[in-house]
Design a protein around this ligand. Structure first.
Ligand SMILES: Nc1ncnc2c1ncn2[C@@H]1O[C@H](COP(=O)(O)OP(=O)(O)OP(=O)(O)O)[C@@H](O)[C@H]1O
Length: 576
């Protein structure tokens, strides 16, 4: 594995101490991180201390694990592989949160997609809500900044416009803290407090994980970086941060690429760089360069570096031609001898509304009357599309809701109860036996409901009533209620889902409404997240890049698409 590394990549593997690596798209960040871990793990001699390899999303973390598997390395004890959130929760917040929150028992993380807040607390928030600013505050948007100040992370929120200057939210948040409830952002803040107030715990954590590697570090929030600094203050000597500020697309989670860049120019850190693009052709590197902060286009050095297919700017009629985009991309692929398959070809959209138009899926209709039915339907749908991990997760959530009702979101409580009753292993077997035997989701919703209900009553030996809304068309299949983005031949997905991936051909479909319109991005710089979203999408292909834009886009917005670099085409010929 190490023999294929470039000199720049090799330097990353050999560097010890505090390293920060800034690297362009396709430069092999994930590849190099996986090599570094493989190298460290194979020569690791400590038995009670390990490497913590963290990323920001599950997808990114799984990508590294998959790359390691190719080299027969399965990450296991004493190492930790996962997201930065899961690391913070497991090793700092859940065991020690009560020390700083001053709540009676171990705290709980709430507000993660399905979990609800304790009902009485939601009501008290609701009451205050009715009297508050435009009634638009969302409980989950409130968290603390690194100075311990309560902030609302919704960019549309204005403290000045709040008649109470946030006094009510502060009061309510105190009640939640007392009850031991925290959002994921709060958990990071409280963990920072723990490491700050209890250096002995910080030192113990450094002893347990003397080497820390953080991928996608451009997405770090101020609080998360403070946490990292506290570990360094308490003896952490081996740390590598890897990122690309031009690919920071998680501002809504308080990520700020400036935090990464400030570290990069800090003399106390060993700053490294990867500048060669091993994914895309030189023509694609040249075309995407104006969308980045880079001074020069990256130099393509991969297998497809000299591919001669020019990037294409494709004009389509908005509101009429979206469903033709798939066929057009297939046609261009055939023309350029690129194999068409959903693993190799993708259309990337900024939002779900464009995605639906391209796939011609029916508009959203939510048939579910209750969460338990929805989770079982989701679980079987995931099983049918072979996403077994997500399927097990949804089944587990549905069962927790059946057995533990309004306490289901209290992770620690539920896990203790399961361990006391049947044990975690038997619980997982129960989930799997339901999942395995549940009816297929191509079945009508009515039949699916009746068969799933019978199965649950049998396996759980208790009556479970599933239900859907009265207005639901009963003959419609369960699967049709979930957006299918995997058509037979081409993958259609959002830009966020495509982060970190590589395809042979990519079409970036821009709309004239909503986020990332051509007009909007024309005036943005790479300091703006919307431009970075488009850049992430445009840097995914190896051989062919197509950007589809509405045909009524004014030329003044096309300065980043010079005709010498882009081939301009229309989706329909003039005679159509
Ligand atoms: N030394 C190498 N030898 C062979 N292939 C490489 C090497 N380095 C990177 N690659 C390949 O180049 C492509 C891009 O690598 P990778 O996905 O690791 O880049 P990245 O910097 O993480 O990209 P991005 O940030 O744009 O998602 C992958 O197909 C990877 O396997």
């Amino acid at each position: 594995m190490l023999t294929t590394l470039s000199i720049q990549q090799r330097t990353v593997i050999d560097s010890t101490g505090k390293n920060i690596l800034k690297a362009c798209p396709g430069s092999g960040k994930t590849y190099t991180v996986a090599c570094k871990m493989a190298y460290l793990i194979s020569s690791w001699s400590q038995t009670n201390a390990g490497i913590a390899a963290l990323s920001f999303t599950n997808v990114a973390s799984e990508e590294i694990i998959l790359k390691l598997a190719k080299h027969s390395i399965v990450p296991s004890y004493p190492h930790f592989f996962g997201t930065i959130d899961s690391f913070v929760n497991k090793w700092i917040f859940l065991p020690y949160g009560h020390l700083v929150m001053k709540c009676k028992s171990r705290p709980n993380i709430v507000g993660l997609s399905e979990a609800g807040w304790e009902l009485p607390l939601v009501w008290s928030w609701g009451k205050a809500h009715n009297q508050c600013y435009k009634k638009r505050c969302n409980l989950l948007d409130f968290t603390y900044n690194e100075d311990g100040e309560l902030i609302n992370t919704d960019p549309l929120f204005s403290k000045d416009a709040c008649p109470y200057k946030m006094a009510r939210c502060i009061e309510l948040k105190m009640q939640f803290v007392k009850a031991g409830l925290a959002t994921q952002s709060d958990a990071a803040y409280w963990s920072m407090q723990i490491l700050n107030d209890y250096p002995v715990l910080a030192k113990a954590l450094v002893k347990r994980f003397p080497t820390l590697i953080i991928d996608e570090a451009q997405d770090t929030s101020q609080v998360q970086m403070k946490l990292i600094d506290l570990l360094i203050q308490n003896g952490l000597e081996e740390i590598t941060l890897i990122g690309d500020p031009d690919q920071a697309i998680y501002e809504w989670r308080n990520a700020d690429p400036e935090i990464f860049l400030n570290k990069y120019i800090n003399n106390e850190w060993n700053s490294l760089e990867l500048t060669e693009n091993r994914r895309s052709s030189q023509l694609i590197c040249n075309a995407t360069h104006p969308f980045s902060s880079l001074k020069e286009p990256t130099v393509a050095v991969g297998n497809t570096s000299d591919s001669k297919t020019r990037p294409i700017l494709l004009m389509y009629k908005a509101g009429a031609d979206e469903e033709l985009l798939k066929d057009k991309l297939k046609e261009i692929c055939n023309e350029t001898s690129i194999e068409v398959s959903p693993d190799l070809i993708a259309i990337l959209c900024r939002g779900n509304s464009m995605l639906r138009k391209i796939l011609k899926v029916e508009p959203d209709f939510n048939p579910w009357n209750d969460e338990i039915t929805r989770y079982f339907a989701q679980a079987t749908y995931y099983r049918d599309i072979k996403n077994y991990k997500a399927a097990m997760r949804s089944t587990d959530t549905a069962l927790r809701k059946i057995y533990y009702g309004s306490n289901a979101h209290r992770v620690n409580y539920v896990e203790t109860e399961i361990a006391k009753s049947i044990g975690l292993e038997a619980w997982r077997i129960r989930c799997w036996s339901i999942l395995k035997n549940a009816p297929v989701t191509t079945m009508s919703i009515e039949m699916w409901k009746s068969q799933t209900q019978t199965l649950l009553n049998k396996v759980l030996a208790r009556t479970v009533n599933l239900s859907y809304k009265k207005t639901t068309p009963v003959t419609r299949s369960v699967a049709s209620f979930f957006v299918k983005n995997r058509s037979e031949d081409i993958l259609v997905e959002t830009i966020h889902a495509a982060k970190g991936k590589t395809y042979d051909a990519v079409m970036v479909a821009l709309s004239n409404r909503g986020k990332a319109t051509v007009k909007q991005i024309a005036s943005l710089t790479s300091a703006d997240e919307e431009l970075r979203n488009v850049y992430v999408a445009m840097t995914r292909p190896r051989k062919l890049l197509v950007v589809a834009i509405p045909d009524n886009t004014s030329e003044e917005y096309l300065l980043r698409f010079p005709k010498g670099i882009w081939e301009y085409r229309a989706i329909r010929s003039k005679s159509d």
